[in-house]
Design a protein. Sequence first.
Lengths: 417, 301
Amino acid sequence: MLDNNQLLRFTTAGSVDDGKSTLIGRLLYDSKSIFEDQLDAIEATSKKKGHTGVDLALFTDGLRDEREQGITIDVAYRYFTTPKRKFIIADTPGHIQYTRNMVTGASTANVATILIDARHGVIEQTKRHAFIASLLQIPHIIVCINKMDLVDFSEERFNEIVTEFEEIASKMLVTDVRFIPMSALLGDNVVNRSKNMDWYQGAPMLHTLETMHISSDINKVDARFPVQTVLRPQSESHRDYRGYAGRIASGVLRVGDEVTVMPSGFTSVIKSIDTLGKTLEEAHAPMSVSITLEDNIDISRGDMIVRSNNKPEAAQDIEVMLCWLNNVPAKPRAKYTIKHTSNDQKAMIKEVVYKVDIQTLGRNSENKELVMNDISKVKIRTTKPLMIDPYRENRTTGSIILVDNATNETVAAGMIV
Amino acid sequence: MSKYYLNYLDELESEAIFILREVWAQFQNPVILFSGGKDSILVTHLAKKAFYPAKIPFPLMHVDTGHNFPETIQFRDDVVKELGVNLIVGSVQESIDEGRVTEEKGKSATRNALQIGTLLDAIESNKIDCAIGGGRRDEEKARAKERFFSHRDDFGQWDPKNQRPELWNLFNGQHFEGEHFRAFPISNWTEMDVWNYIKRENIAIPSLYYAHDREVVWRSDSWIPNSEFLVLEEHEEIVTKKIRFRTLGDITITGGIESDADTLEKIADEVAGMRQTERGNRTDDKRSESAMEDRKRQGYF
């Protein structure tokens, strides 16, 4: 029955006060995705803490420190399935000092949910969350206007907030935005339609998530195949087999396609597309396959196979919107390892063009030190060319991370402009 | 162009294959941790897909507590033979005999936590730089925080508050000598996804997962199998029940459930209707609220 169901990944950002945990708890609880032993454990904890009733927010508690302090520190992933779709929630903390976690959670999401407390309307945090969603090019945004019960389920208040949000969104690159008035605490418009807001004609949150069109979220035009590894079985049945293994980053590849291998520039034709037990006539993103070519050319990890009539840019100087993730600030002109698809090179941050003031979303060209959670536009120079596309066109070939070789830690994440 | 999308099982499969190939490309000496349970069987099956038509390029590693279901060991040996891969066995009994770990005492003593020492020893002595596991984020709240590529320091410890961020499809396996990684290709799968996929692909699993008659005793809210290691309490009695296991661990701590599900279809249907989490029958997780987190910090699977 589930055979054609898609997977939808969405991210939530928020803090304790705006009811994010309650919303997730409600979504899981009302969609019957919580098991009895989990419910028993939460009931016991609620009682121990002196709460009346079940505190749904407790479902999202994770590590011991988080339970003790009542906060989310890191990204936590949660799963639920309805008869229509499978969902992955990347649950992230919402405060400014956790910008890096929000960016992490947003990087793979189809949908961002942004929570607004109906009493407070659009606040600084809302702007920041919307900015991160637009920066990470999350294709769809659901604005959950929560705690409607505390503003007498007022349609007027709802419309005011919609207008406020549209005003800030007009300055950002966001396309599909939907607004849902709800009370996560009482369950209005989360899974079940609200009886208190007849004036709202739209669907509750779950139904919106279940029916949203996401098939077009992946770039299907530009065929990009970063080679992960080369398969050479050298077995009796496959003596001369030489397969290029990878996951199609975008677009469609067919047997017979004329392809170019970058950066070498050699051309060939796709001979076969293989998976265990099946050979395919065509394959598309995000499938993992093995490709063989008609000609014997030198290809290894880090190379990219593309269609000859549609190539990415091979560049050594790239402009990137960079989020700094590490507590050690960026070292000017220091060398980092840059990871882009399956290609690792050395790179240097040549120039910080400007920093985004995460409070006002204005540009700051004076202070150029990059510290944790900073988002900035930088110029990067790499030792060898990367095969890039702009991030807004291709989330896979448009993204990079930087690794500090002194610590081996991932210190920055970037979106190619 | 709307036909160009994957259903959720294909997408999870593709993601897991991608991770397995990244492990192979980024590490020198990876292994698959193989317990004979459905999750490690699934990972092994996905590895077969990831490297076809070549064979799986890593050995399987089994941490043997000595308290096994005989069926599991038989199954393990069959898999190794079929795939033509090497098997590395880390033996808890040997660790005990050599005095590196000490057997727990008391009524609820198990060898569960002892596996940590043996696992880390085996990783060190075989110079393993990445151990691939079947851990899933939906299993348990500490596992919900796991990365696909999860760093372990040179004592094999996990620091959940200081993990490397993971964005897009960019995985960072860089490490210093003596450190290692754990990789979790099926992080995003739920128990239901695993069963739906096993059913779809018709993957062989140990007979223990199918309903069968077995001698059991009722303890800690589940049916604990009779074995040479079982010490009966005064009020307990051995009975024969038709049961099956939802997860497989040590024979001393893995509880079965009463069931008639003797085909993959029936198992998938039964799991879909379950109102208890699968680890609910594992006494190792019931010890405290942070039992899994504590063990994982020390180096557990």
